[in-house]
Design a protein. Sequence first.
Length: 459
Amino acid sequence: MTVKKFGGSSLADADKIRQTFEIIRDSSSSPLSVVLSAMKGVTNLLVEAAECAEKGDRKYRDNIEEIQKKHLTCLDELFADNKPEGLEDAIKELLLDLSEILHGVELVRECSLKSMDLIMSFGERLNCMQVAEYLKFKGLSARYIDSRDIVKTDSTHGKGNVNFERTYREVKRALHDSDKVIPVICGFIASDEDGRTTTLGRNGSDYTASIIGAALDAEQVEIWTDVDGVLTADPRIVPNAFVIPQLSIQEAMELSFFGAEVIHPYTLVPTTDKDIPVYIKNTLNPSAEGTVITKNYTKKERFITGIASIDDLSLINIEGGGMMGMPGIASRIFSSLAEAGVNIIMITQASSEHSISILCRTEETSAAVDKLNENLEEVIQRRKIQKIDVVDNLVIIAVIGENMIGQVGLTGKLFSAVGEEQVNILAIAQGSSERNISFVIEQKNKEKALRAVHKKFIG
């Protein structure tokens, strides 16, 4: 069994769907499951429509028309005068349901996460319906599977937590004949115990593919996208970045957390549990080897595997002589940030305990500082904390590699390479695993820092 997932860029229009069909057909002699995202751009149109409806802006109707035109044009190009009976009507009926839901949002002027999950689900449902029919039209045995019937989560809308035991049971039940009929499965969407639509969060279609692969004990999971694999750095910044042929699970998780958008860390959890390799492949260049992510790590010649970064960050500095030896102060700081819903990306603390620095996304900084001032008011008034200040326009750069472990002098060489470019480092952190060294710099220095590190250690 192989599970192939195709992203929106692989399904942008009729031509791309034809290319995707060729890849599916070439593998159809063996057991196969297919997971699809929405057509490129459709999810954004759905989100925008929901936001317009919530404000009472009837522009959402234009978005529905654009989505309908996109799909009906695709049908015309794929099937010409041989459209399967009822397919066009089924798509129009789905879009009518969407219109009624958005009208309801318009009336109440509110779009909850529950409603947003339901609205976003239409992209995958529409696309899987048309692609499943196209596979049958081209002579393959295929059937459409609404993943809400097989992927079960809790009722956390926007990012549901998967009930793996029940999901695996439902997947095996529904896909027991996948060696004879190719299931075309909606990525990204699921449902809770009461049957209400949920979603799996960012890169949720990759996660769906991983879940299906683990449930069926697949030989491999393939993520088909528009790049040749995971690259050593962002090619828009580092022109000579190249594909990494093989990654360990840990390297892939580190790279994906720090901005390598090819795959999301959650994707790897089910496949890691079952020791299933994950391949990153290019729909536009199917002959390329791609990148394989596996437990069986092959030692590389170079120390550093890849470099990634996260933009638009701010550093919150909490300073005060009274913090020295004060039990529980760190706990109060972190509890305050949790209350404010702030995701902490990096923490550094001076050994003197005089200051704690916290890196978070700039959009979360205001809420973080307000909550810190509120919860630490008494400590601030007693002058145990002298100031809480913020440094904006920062970026974190992460240097990642299995071969970094135990390499004496590597950190010194890394910071020398950055220093030679006259780049000032504001904060540093290293994981105890030694696979990751992260440092914070000003946003304006990002490009020269990335290029300097890549040139020095990767080539």
